[in-house]
Design a protein around this ligand. Structure first.
Ligand SMILES: *Cc1c(COP(=O)(O)O)cnc(C)c1O
Length: 377
């Protein structure tokens, strides 16, 4: 495969040191206690990003495994689950909950705005009995970050457990898991952490563990059963063989985040500049509020199909950009500014290529994206 610049909202570019970490010496992860300690160290470093004292687990599967495992482990048939929905991932969470027998209530919000906290509060005055709620920190398809800092404490006050999909926000948006009383938070290796796809990371509160342990029915399945991980460190034993090379890679990626004090600020600054640039050049953003630090979603100019834009960017410039699926299919395009993608020069190259691609596709604009971007401070 030819080398490309991957500017999608995950998977992202991977830095050389993180790539090389994959090649670290291997051992037998089931027998070698040095590996158990190393792995535990990675979990502890991850806790610093989550800002939590809760247990942190790393599962061998993409972010979706984290979503499904949380639903499988926490939901019993008939449980009332509130699915808070302002986008494709938010709504999709309900499907996972239903797979495990949940009685799902959808709380549907405006798709172009972040979730309104007060309205949800009124809804919860009238509607009770929910065991847990699912919600999404950053709606990657629409580029909207939700106020989980207010939503999670609100739900906790009502005695509702939260499962938060933070896959595309984790690392690039502030997160204070304990302060915000988040029960299960899910992250992934291939977004802001900029490691290879294949690992999902979960922080699990004592209340969430209790809910799993106090179930009346056993958890269906094995791979999605989070309880098999309980006390793994005390027992110095994993439920199954861990993907050690991926763990070495994640270790390096997490250190890179922790060693850069301005990691979140870099995301915030670049996201502001990217949005200003598109607006200044007469593009329209999809979102109207809750603008994400990690991804920008822009409406496609009239008469441009995403396939043509994607192909031109890929074939002529070697750059991959994101598109829309579901109700956003062929309506938007997306730039990921997560982790390794979130650097001025990569954004500049992408915008310059977009200028040329749009020109080739017959879109006339008075200003050039890359020039406007370069002039912002
Ligand atoms: C990336 C992502 C996931 C993981 O799913 P994939 O689309 O398979 O990568 C889950 N939730 C959110 C919000 C994501 O952005």
């Amino acid at each position: 495969m030819k080398r490309k610049l991957v500017m999608t909202p995950g998977p992202t570019e991977i830095s050389e040191d993180v790539k090389n970490a994959f090649l670290a010496p291997v051992t037998n992860p089931d027998l070698d206690l040095d590996f158990v300690e190393h792995y535990y160290g990675v979990c502890n470093n991850l806790k610093s990003i989550f800002n939590t004292q809760n247990d942190v687990l790393i599962l061998n599967g993409e972010g979706i495994l984290g979503l499904e495992a949380s639903c499988a482990s926490l939901i019993e048939p008939g449980d009332k689950v509130l699915c808070i929905n302002n986008g494709i991932f938010g709504r999709g969470f309900g499907d996972f909950a239903k797979l495990y027998g949940a009685d799902v209530t959808y709380y549907d919000c405006d798709l172009k705005n972040q979730i309104a906290v007060e309205q949800l509060s009124y809804f919860l005055d009238e509607n009770t009995g929910f065991k847990l709620a699912t919600l999404v920190h950053c709606e990657t398809p629409s580029g909207i970050t939700n106020p989980v800092d207010k939503l999670c404490p609100l739900l906790k006050r009502r005695g509702i457990l939260t499962i938060v999909d933070s896959v595309s926000a984790f690392g690039g948006e502030p997160i204070w898991t304990d302060l915000w009383k988040m029960d299960v938070v899910i992250a992934g290796s291939q977004k802001c952490l900029s490691a290879s796809p294949g690992l999902t990371i979960l922080s699990i509160s004592p209340d969430a563990w209790d809910a799993m342990k106090n179930r009346e029915t056993p958890i269906t399945g094995f791979y999605c059963n989070l309880l098999i991980w309980e006390n793994w460190y005390k027992k110095k034993s994993f439920p199954y063989t861990q993907p050690e090379s991926n763990i070495h890679q994640l270790h390096r990626a997490v250190l890179n985040v922790l060693e850069e004090p301005g990691f979140i600020t870099r995301h915030e600054n670049i996201s502001v500049k990217v949005r200003k640039t598109f607006i200044d050049c007469d593009f329209e953003l999809y979102a109207h509020s809750g603008f994400s630090n990690t991804v920008t979603t822009i409406l496609l100019p009239k008469k441009v199909s995403f396939v043509n834009l994607f192909d031109t960017m890929k074939d002529d410039f070697g750059i991959l950009i994101g598109g829309g699926f579901d109700f956003l299919e062929n309506k938007i395009f997306r730039i990921g500014h997560m982790g390794e993608n979130c650097h001025e020069e990569k954004i500049y190259l992408t915008l310059k290529a977009l200028d040329d691609a749009f020109e080739k596709l017959g879109v006339r604009k008075n200003k050039k994206l890359h020039k406007v971007y370069a002039e912002l401070d």
